[in-house]
Ligand binder design. Structure first.
Ligand code: ZN
Ligand code: ZN
Length: 555
């Protein structure tokens, strides 16, 4: 039977993530997983932090924190941000903390080498004799050989923007000790991507069915595929296996190489924790598994070309991705958020003011699915007040409060002679009813969120057409039938809501007096006349509360 292995791009444990990442990757993944689960699919959702590499050592050294402690802090910070937004994974690990990671990454190196896909090449790099280390670009400063700026970095000149070749810097300095580095040759392993492309991956990419924006992105990529170095002279990373190091010392796997392998090692770790250590193979090596990578568009080449090449090149029966639902970029309103300068938004204040599920919903309605889009506080307030409070919340609160006040807080009965008429009105006459789940399956989350709201509107139109509060005085039996039908409708709405607004859906479920977890209910699909009612007349309702209080401002 088909199963779904869903990965979300590993956040780098070197700073906070923000709503841009949430919209591009993590929220769609969360909604996708929750929907598939309700549809009865077998799903596994994997994430964790990417914890190695030069950028981390630089910042950790600056603040004098040991690397493991430093990345642990960011791992917690990032995880708690996901918690706030009710974004869940089956596991959230990290590449330096996962006990299976080093061995799994080394296995990739071993198999790729044995199969002839790794080449060793000699290069010259800057070496600091004081620190006894090769200097990564970011560890080097000097004078720009193009414009003479004295503050050039090893990768870029801040004045003229030249992409710097660190070997050509005038008066290069080691940023750690201030001494002058020397040229020294070093040898590194390179992944032979052209060979992997020609043997299999090129044809696979061409034959595969991609989302249109992904297809456009990778089409041109295949022509110019360079070999990529998979090792670095570094002190923080997965070591090259000793028996394969050929006498080289201090070589570690380049962080781009080991990071995606984290998806596999985290799966192994989770299965070991569950007491079924071999189970990871069913997820990664059985062709019945559909591997879905959620990521931002800058990650497309990597996940459509490089990582599949690594998976296939090991010849260990790894499956290749099924879909890569990459999004465009999500911009944050100028001045309100900052990406590189850390966080300018006070999250505690933000979440004290705005319900996290309302924020989730707003982000879903503005996802950058086909083009870049922007997070705007003003727009968010509009969405909360009109879409959530005015539509969804209005339907629930109005009906349930009315029942609490006038019908002893129980579900009123429907008279048999009203059944046909009420069904016909709700299911055929109050607006179009759609299945949000169909859109989620096809990665159209905006459309899915819009469909949920449209379905909720159908209930509101029914309420206006039947006017049960007026009917109560003239035809109480008819009023009861209409309210009974509305309760049934709210039950469907709560189920449709569950993947998008998990906590609110559960609250609504309980207000209706329903038992258990709404997320455990089967996915409802579209109601069919004569077969859609589930509630029992006389059953006690819960306590009605305002589901989505209106919010003010936009400041
Ligand atoms: Zn310059
Ligand atoms: Zn130095």
């Amino acid at each position: 039977m088909t199963r779904y292995l869903v990965t979300s791009a590993l956040p780098y444990a070197n700073g906070p993530i923000h709503f841009g990442h949430v919209a591009g990757v993590y929220l769609p993944a969360d909604v996708y997983v929750r929907t598939l689960r309700m549809m009865g699919e077998e799903v596994l959702s994997i994430c964790g932090t990417d914890e190695y590499g030069v950028a981390i050592t630089l910042k950790a050294d600056q603040e004098g924190t040991p690397y493991p402690e430093y990345v642990k802090r960011w791992n917690h910070e990032i995880h708690s941000f996901f918690d706030r937004l009710h974004i869940e994974f089956d596991t959230f690990s990290g590449t330096s903390r996962c006990p299976q990671h080093e061995g799994t990454a080394q296995d990739f190196f071993r198999h790729l080498g044995a199969n002839g896909y790794l080449d060793k090449q000699e290069t010259t790099q800057l070496y600091c004799e004081t620190d006894e280390m090769f200097l990564a670009d970011r560890y080097v400063g000097g004078t720009c050989y193009v414009c003479g700026c004295e503050k050039a970095r090893g990768d870029e000149c801040p004045d003229c923007g030249t992409w710097i070749d660190p070997l050509r810097l005038i008066a290069p300095v080691c940023k750690q000790c201030g001494n002058t580095p020397v040229h020294r040759t070093t040898r590194h392993w390179y992944l032979n991507l052209p060979k992997l492309r020609d043997e299999h991956i090129g044809a696979w990419i061409n034959d595969h069915e991609w989302k249109p924006n992904v297809r456009a992105f990778i089409q041109n990529l295949l022509k110019d595929v360079p070999s990529r170095s998979v090792t670095r002279d570094l002190k923080w990373g997965v070591p090259v296996p000793e028996d394969l190091a050929e006498g080289e010392e201090g070589k570690r796997l380049y962080v781009w190489f080991d990071a995606p392998i984290g998806y596999i090692s985290f799966t192994k770790e989770l299965m070991a924790q569950r007491g079924t250590p071999d189970e990871w193979q069913r997820w990664w090596q059985d062709p019945e598994t559909r591997l879905v990578h959620f990521l931002g568009k800058d990650n497309i080449p990597f996940h459509c070309l490089v990582f599949p090449s690594m998976l296939w090149g090991t010849q260990q029966n790894y499956i290749l991705p099924w879909q890569v639902p990459a999004n465009e970029f999500y911009n944050l309103e100028a001045g309100k958020f900052s990406t590189s300068e850390g966080r300018t938004l006070d999250l505690d204040a933000f979440f004290a003011k705005y319900d996290p599920e309302a924020v989730r919903f707003y982000i879903l309605t503005t996802l950058p699915e086909t083009s870049d889009s922007t997070f705007s506080l003003e727009q968010m307030v509009l969405t909360i007040n009109s879409g959530l409070a005015g539509n969804l919340g209005n339907l629930a609160t109005r009906v349930l409060k009315f029942l609490a006040k006038n019908f002893d807080g129980v579900i009123p009965p429907i008279a048999p002679e009203h059944l046909d008429e009420m069904d016909h009105l709700m299911l055929g006459d109050c607006g179009e009813i759609g299945d949000p789940g169909i859109h989620v399956r096809e990665f159209r989350f905006r459309q899915a969120a819009a469909t949920l709201l449209a379905n909720s509107s159908v209930g509101n139109v029914f309420m206006q057409r039947t006017e049960p509060w007026a009917l109560r005085k003239t035809d109480p039996e008819r009023a009861a039938s209409a309210l009974n039908t509305l309760c049934e409708w709210i039950r469907w709405v709560a189920q449709w809501m569950a993947p998008f607004l998990p906590q609110k859906a559960q609250e609504l479920w309980e207000m209706l007096g329903c038992q258990g977890q709404v997320a455990q209910e089967p996915w409802p699909g579209i109601p069919q006349k004569g077969a859609w009612r589930r509630l029992e007349a006389g059953a006690r309702l819960g306590t009605p509360e305002a589901l989505f209080p209106r919010v003010e401002g936009g400041e």
